[in-house]
Structures are given as structure tokens and as C-alpha cells.
Design a protein around this ligand. Structure first.
Ligand code: GLA
Length: 329
């Protein structure tokens, strides 16, 4: 039987993307081209990567990855414009480390968004405009420790970000992106934010579910998130999919070779996740894996150093059993 690749298997469903960086591209370009229909830059388009200091733009790596995508007919998701991490402090602090006045923050945000979005207009088809602004803390709505929130005092900075991005490229689809979107309390907060943006006619078109899951994840929660967010008329993207073989706070275990039971649980879960995604294909525009293969995954270093096995391709770059289940439905 002829081998079906991921993008072939899903061509009537949704785009299948992968987050890459220059190191992964060097050894993985053939696999990327064969299996995926799009890419996201893992770090290279984040604020700290493209504008480490005010008005010093460094686009070399981002351009290199964007050129690779263009040459090979791959779509590009832009990630990300406004985030409290991986952003130069100049964006929100003065030289004495005090928060900037609001008007200055907004003007710096606008300069950044305008420059980056216009550079890739027509190439990047969608942007994660704001990443992770909603709080994980019980009873706290937005992340109040973020300098953006400290300065803005409300969700206004989120609204501004979307407006600036839309002005810079009216053709791009604009997303709010977050993790733990399947946690019931956080899901409600994200819904509240998105509803409020929609009610104010802010140009937001989609929501990115990062989907950093582990093998104990309950797919029923994924269906609930898809239902709730799509009820607002938003497109759903799965933006950073991986399935850790450890519980987040599990310590004292580090499997170089994964025990059969965990491998089996992961294989089953991948199969279930994609069954849910296929059933919702009219609501889902794309599914992106956060890394090409197990050795390239950020989960080998986060939240602790351990050998993780979260993706469909193993350390040897070969497809795992889960790959067969995801492509052979
Ligand atoms: C978050 C961010 C991503 C990336 C991952 C870990 O989910 O959105 O850009 O940093 O964490 O790699």
C-alpha cells in the first residue's frame, strides 16, 4: 500500500502544520516538505527575536524560514506579536525599569506590529496577535502581572493589538492564542475575552488552542472548547499540539525508552484527538504540531529536563505507531 502522508490524509479536512527553527530545517527539510502543508516559526518571529532593541530589527532567521515556506508552497502562521514573554523590556519599561506611560506603550506596540506584519503581508496568512493574556489564577481574569496589563489596566491593550494588526494587513486572519483552553475555568475566561472583543467589533477572526496536552488528557474537553469558541463565529486553529508522556508536575521519572503502557495510551489519545478534529472539520482551519520530532521538542527541557516523546515522529525521525493511527482512519 502506498504511504499516505499527513497532509495527504487531511487534504479534505484542514491544514497540517509544524513549528520549526533553523536547526530543525537543516536536517528535517525533506520530512517537513513531504508531510506538512504549513509552518510556524518556533521562536524566530517572536518580539525579542525580531526587535531585540527598539528600532533594531533582526529578521534574518525569520526571513530564512519564510523563504523556505514560500519556495515550497507552505503556508505560514505568524507567531506572535504581543506576549509578556520573549519580548524586549524596552517595549514596556523605561531605562530606570519603570513601566512606560500607556500612550508610549501603545505607540511602541503599533510600530512593532506595523513593521513586522507589513514585512510578511501576503506571505503570512494568519497571526497569533496576542498570546496568553488570560490568567491561570483562580478568580483573576486577565494576567495582571503582565506589564501590558499593569500599564493598560484593562483589556484595552489586546484591542489595540488587533486593531493595529488589521490596519497593517487587512488580509491576514487574526488570532488570540492560549494554553489550557480545555480547562473549564480558563475556557470561560477566554470566552469572556473573545466575546467582549467581538461585541466591540474588534477584528479578531480566530482562536488558537495551543493543545499542549499530556497522555491523561480528556478529549471531551476539546469538543467543549471547539463548541464554545466556534459559537462566537471564530475559526479554530490547533496551534501547538504535542502530547507529553509525563504529567506536568510528575518528577523522578525519565524514560529514555517509553514503557509500553504509556506508549499505548499516547497512541490511543492521538487517535481520539484526530477523530474529534475530523468531526469538527468545518470549524477547524488548521492543526500545527509544536515540533517536528521527539528530539526537537521543547518538552525535553520544560518544565524540567527529561526525555519526552510527545510527537508523531520519534528521535530517529521515523513515524511512530500514533502516526499510522492519525493518517490511517
Ligand atoms: C508557548 C508559546 C510558544 C512556545 C511554547 C513552548 O506555548 O506560545 O511560542 O514558546 O510555549 O515552546
Amino acid at each position: 500500500m502506498e504511504k499516505i502522508t499527513l497532509k495527504q490524509a487531511y487534504k479534505n479536512y484542514f491544514d497540517i502544520g509544524v513549528a520549526i527553527n533553523p536547526g530543525v530545517l537543516e536536517y528535517g527539510h525533506e520530512l517537513i516538505k513531504a508531510e506538512f502543508s504549513g509552518i510556524t516559526c518556533e521562536n524566530e518571529m517572536k518580539p525579542a527575536s525580531v526587535q531585540p532593541e527598539r528600532n533594531r530589527f533582526t529578521f534574518e532567521k525569520a526571513d530564512m524560514l519564510a523563504d523556505f515556506a514560500a519556495e515550497n508552497n507552505l503556508k505560514i502562521r505568524g507567531h506572535t506579536l504581543v506576549w509578556h514573554n520573549q519580548t524586549g523590556e524596552w517595549m514596556y519599561k523605561d531605562s530606570n525599569k519603570n513601566n512606560l506611560p500607556k500612550e508610549i506603550l501603545y505607540s511602541y506596540m503599533q510600530e512593532h506590529i506595523d513593521t513586522v506584519v507589513k514585512r510578511y503581508a501576503g506571505k503570512i496568512y494568519c497571526w497569533d496577535v496576542v498570546n496568553e493574556a488570560v490568567s491561570d489564577i483562580d478568580g483573576e481574569y486577565l494576567r495582571e502581572k503582565s506589564p501590558y496589563f499593569e500599564i493598560a489596566g484593562s483589556e484595552e491593550f489586546i484591542e489595540k493589538a488587533f486593531v493595529y494588526a488589521h490596519e497593517a494587513d487587512p488580509g491576514a486572519l487574526l488570532f488570540y492564542n492560549d494554553y489550557d483552553t480545555e480547562n473549564p475555568e480558563k475556557r470561560e475566561k477566554i470566552y469572556k475575552l473573545l466575546k467582549s472583543l467581538k461585541d466591540k467589533n474588534i477584528p479578531v477572526h480566530g482562536v488558537g488552542l495551543q493543545a499542549h496536552y499530556d497522555i491523561y488528557f480528556d478529549v471531551g474537553e476539546l469538543q467543549k472548547s471547539i463548541d464554545l469558541f466556534s459559537s462566537l463565529g471564530l475559526i479554530i486553529h490547533i496551534t501547538e499540539l504535542d502530547v507529553s508522556v509525563y504529567k506536568f508536575d510528575e518528577r523522578g521519572v525519565d524514560f529514555e525508552t517509553l514503557p509500553e503502557d504509556r506508549l499505548k495510551t499516547q497512541t490511543e489519545l492521538y487517535s481520539q484527538i484526530f477523530a474529534v478534529l475530523r468531526e469538527n472539520k468545518d470549524k477547524i482551519g488548521g492543526v500545527t504540531f509544536w515540533g517536528l520530532d521527539d528530539k526537537a521538542s521543547w518538552l525535553n527541557g520544560f518544565p524540567v529536563k527529561r526525555t519526552n516523546h510527545p510527537l508523531l515522529f520519534g528521535r530517529d525521525g521515523k513515524p511512530k505507531e500514533a502516526y499510522g493511527r492519525v493518517t490511517g482512519f
